[in-house]
Ligand binder design. Structure first.
Ligand code: PMP
Length: 377
């Protein structure tokens, strides 16, 4: 099987598995328990993991709040801010090309009485900055802006650094869904002014069911408060209750450590694979193939293409025993992609679009194989 659906999830790195195993076997202590070795070992391991995640993100360890993944983090941050600061405003801004865990949360909040603006995007799925520039200055200015950093369907990157400056100047909270960029672009230099992030370990060769909300402190070093999504024993600095998932956190920490250690070589490899893929597709299918993704300013390794008169579901099913491809987000796979529609593609074009997403484990040979299969050879 040639696995080319790495935006949906990734293969577990063997080093990650090895790090996790003791915490599924003999090291089963609850890290929140006290005074005995088994608990202390788990606490030490989760502290170390928190440190590695914070290094990858460029934040402090106590700004990392472990969750079950980006869906939970996105829900937690949007609902938590809109509730906690309701006396300061009620206006939320998101873009039309967000992941469904943002869009559905925004719709929920809208039903609860909040005002929500859905920003238009350009032909590659990037936010139209001028619209945001106007919005931040209106009297009913937003309380929170939530913009995806890199798109999961096209790979397009939004200018988070500029958006952060804009929000900071206007005293508006900014959240970014960083799920797809982690480990593929270095986010550490651009996070000034971004108070909230979401991420999931399984997109960077870590385990599923674990991720984080990054909640940064304010300029004075004071903890940023939000209403928790899960109330209970006060784990995760009172932000998210529930016994923490030690083995998964250890796996996430190891994945983050590897991602940071290998970031330059991963980027280089993904860029090389991507340009080879595009050139091979152009060579073979030039008159019937169109790129939906931009070729610059994007996450390396995510390519969205369409083939004239091809039914994407049919194509993916036909090749399904040999290659893993997708029509778009695995989280809304039954519907035509709202991301591609928001970019102005027709329904027919959306239905002939395929996402090919690569990882450090893919090879040039696999791309040759894919091209042969697409050509029916
Ligand atoms: N945001 C983005 C951009 C994603 O790609 C995904 C996963 N497809 C999510 C959020 C949700 O992540 P998870 O399923 O791990 O909760």
């Amino acid at each position: 099987m040639i696995y080319l659906d790495n935006s949906a999830t990734t293969r577990l790195d063997p080093e990650v598995l090895e790090a996790m195993l003791p915490f599924l076997q003999e090291e089963y202590g609850n890290p929140s328990s006290k005074h005995y070795t088994l608990a202390q070992n788990s606490k030490k391991a989760t502290d170390e993991a928190r440190f590695h995640v914070s290094q990858l993100m460029g934040c402090k360890p106590d700004e990392v709040i472990f969750t079950s993944g980006s869906t939970e983090s996105n829900n937690m941050i949007l609902k938590g801010i809109m509730d906690f600061y309701s006396d300061q405003g009620s206006h939320l801004v998101v873009s039309k090309s967000e992941h469904s865990s943002i869009l559905e949360t925004a719709k929920f909040l809208e039903k609860k009485g909040h005002e929500v603006t859905y920003l238009n995007v350009d032909k590659y799925g990037r936010v139209q900055i001028e619209e945001l520039e106007t919005l931040v200055k209106v009297p009913q200015k937003p309380l929170l802006v939530s913009i995806i950093w890199g798109n999961n369907e096209t790979g397009s990157i939004n200018d988070i650094r500029y958006i952060a400056e804009l929000c900071m100047k206007n005293n508006i909270f900014l959240h970014t869904d960083a799920t797809q960029v982690l480990g593929k672009i270095d986010v550490r230099d651009s996070i000034e002014g971004v108070r909230f992030f979401s991420c999931s370990a399984h997109k960077l060769h870590g385990p599923k069911g674990i991720g984080a909300s990054i909640i940064k402190k304010d300029e004075l070093g004071i903890k940023t408060q939000i209403t928790p999504l899960l109330h209970g024993g006060g784990q995760e600095f009172d932000y998210r209750s529930g016994t923490i998932s030690t083995h998964n956190i250890v796996g996430f920490g190891k994945a983050a450590e590897i991602a940071l250690r290998e970031i330059e070589q991963t980027q280089k490899k993904l860029k090389q694979l991507e340009s080879y893929l595009i050139s091979k597709l152009r060579e073979r299918f030039h008159e019937i193939m169109h790129l939906n993704s931009d070729t610059k300013n994007k996450i390396p390794g995510i390519v969205n293409v369409r083939f004239n008169d091809v039914d994407n579901e049919f194509l993916i099913q036909e090749l399904g025993s040999k290659v893993a491809l997708s029509t778009g987000s695995a989280c809304s796979s039954s519907k035509p992609s709202h991301v591609l529609l928001s970019m102005g593609l027709s329904l027919e074009q959306v239905r002939s679009s395929v996402r090919i997403s690569l990882s450090k484990y893919n090879t040039l040979n696999e791309i040759d194989e894919l091209c042969k299969m697409l050509a029916g050879e």
